[in-house]
Design a protein around this ligand. Structure first.
Ligand SMILES: [Zn+2]
Length: 473
């Protein structure tokens, strides 16, 4: 059989790591793997992450987080290296006029990405993350294996705050990420930055397993220290009756309500860590072990502002505003006052948990939405997104379930495809067919093309049918 990992994708791979990984992959309970992914960590990347980790741990110890004053150095560096920074900062004395620095929005990442990427950079190691999330607009987020590698010390720090001691051994499985989707990539790998400890992403959807009992057995056999995933995947896992006690659960990607948090914690009998991370920014914050509704800013190299929607100035503590970030460590995507589109409030001062970085409380806005197909089974909106996002001519979309059997699919399209009526008719029919097969027999799908492309973070998925049904109960 083909080698599972090789030195091209996992340059620091060792024989004993591979042996352990092969055992996991060939387990008789294993899911239907469909991808091979290495960490792409070579000696340079390894050293980069280790020195990042040292600085990070020291900064946490000293409560040395980024401020408006300390982030100036980062901005000055990229003012010389990135055309985007140079033009945005033109004529500004940034130490006196910080609030005059224009904000970067998601549209800029789409249209100005070549100007943002610093000049004279080796682009050969660029990785483009598949976009995801709850909004219908794909964003380009180029990344580098070394900045992706920095997720490891950041995640390890956050789980250690909850009493989990990551085991750096190829015999250990650190994390298994759960998904519940009709289709998604599934793979297992080992991580050079964690002493070869294993990591896997699995789809708990019945499509992915040979026998229904395999999932449960696979979890017990591989015994990951933590389970990660979005609230939707964990809710599905509970409904399926999965019995597995990890040391902690890390919930990402979508907002975790307090009710679901305590339900998860009761069910899996472990702490639940809420993790706030975006593709464009990397990890931003994790929930405080003592005050779970607050999330401490995680990295030491990211300056977080909370700005008033009206004035654009920072709001005083206790007020809601938009979360805006500057800095980071992604060499291809230095962030200059990047609007995350998320709302929250910020609080400063020491915390009893021992992490004295500022705390964010996110306003609900990224609640998970599900659809029901015509049989009443749940559909993960990500499967809808998968169909729409693979069409390069769809810039932004919104899909709303309006009735038990009816969906409205609003698209903002590239002008070329609208001009070519014949081609659009063909593409529209394909979309129709694919969406109807997901929504179920006798479903109706109305496709319109006048959805505005305005750079706003619009909701991609709405289930107004469910909202009405619940209101009528
Ligand atoms: Zn705390």
């Amino acid at each position: 059989m083909n080698k599972i990992l090789d030195f091209a994708t996992t340059p620091l791979l060792r024989e004993e790591w591979e042996k352990e990984l092969v055992n996991l992959i060939h387990s008789k309970y294993a899911p239907k793997w469909n991808a091979k992914i290495g960490d792409r960590i070579g000696e340079d990347e390894y050293q980069f992450v280790k020195s990042f980790q040292n600085e990070f741990l020291q900064a946490k110890k000293d409560a040395n987080y980024q401020t408006k004053e300390s982030i100036l150095l980062f901005i000055e560096v990229f003012r010389n290296q990135s055309e985007f920074f140079r033009s945005r900062l033109f004529g500004l004395n940034i130490s006196d006029e910080y609030e005059s620095i224009p904000l970067t929005n998601r549209d800029d990442l789409q249209t100005n990405i070549t100007a943002i990427i610093p000049k004279d950079l080796d682009l050969s190691k660029m990785v483009i993350n598949p976009t995801s999330g709850t909004t219908g607009k794909p964003i380009l987020a180029p990344n580098h294996p070394k900045s992706i590698g920095c997720y490891v010390p950041l995640i390890e720090y956050s789980v250690e705050k909850f009493g989990v001691k990551p085991i750096h051994s190829p015999k250990s499985t650190f994390a298994i990420q759960l998904c519940y989707q009709e289709k998604t990539i599934e793979y297992a790998t080992c991580h050079s930055l964690a002493g070869g400890a294993k990591f896997a992403k699995i789809n708990i959807h019945p499509n992915s397993w040979r026998k229904p009992s395999d999932l449960q057995n696979f979890l017990i056999e591989s015994s990951p220290q933590i389970l990660t995933g979005d609230p939707y995947a964990f809710e599905s896992a509970m409904k399926m009756g999965i019995q597995y006690k990890p040391e902690a659960i890390q919930s990402t990607a979508l907002e975790l309500t307090p009710a679901l948090r305590s339900k998860l914690s009761d069910y899996f009998q472990c702490p639940v860590i809420n993790f706030y991370s975006l593709n464009e920014t990397g990890p931003i914050a994790y929930s405080c072990p003592i005050h779970p509704e607050w999330m401490h800013i995680l990295p030491h190299d990211l300056y977080v502002e909370v700005l008033s929607k009206d004035t654009g100035f920072p709001v005083p503590s206790g007020n809601m505003g938009e979360i805006v970030v500057t800095g980071g460590r992604n060499p291809y995507l230095p962030l200059l006052r990047y609007k995350t589109g998320d709302l929250g409030e910020i609080q400063f001062g020491p915390c009893l948990c021992g992490d004295h970085f500022p705390r964010l409380r996110l306003l609900s806005g990224r609640k998970s939405v599900y659809f029901q197909n015509t049989n009443g089974d749940t559909i993960n909106p990500i499967d809808v997104g998968r169909i729409l996002r693979k069409k390069p001519f769809i810039f932004q979309f919104q899909v709303e379930q309006t009735r038990k059997d009816e969906w409205e699919c609003r698209l903002s399209l590239e002008t070329e495809i609208i001009k070519d009526e014949f081609q659009w008719e063909i593409e529209k029919n394909i979309l129709h067919k694919e969406l109807k097969s997901l929504f179920g027999e006798n479903s109706k799908v109305l496709i319109s093309t006048n959805y505005p492309l305005d750079g706003k973070k619009q909701l991609a998925y709405i289930n107004s049918y469910q909202i009405q049904t619940e209101a009528n109960k």
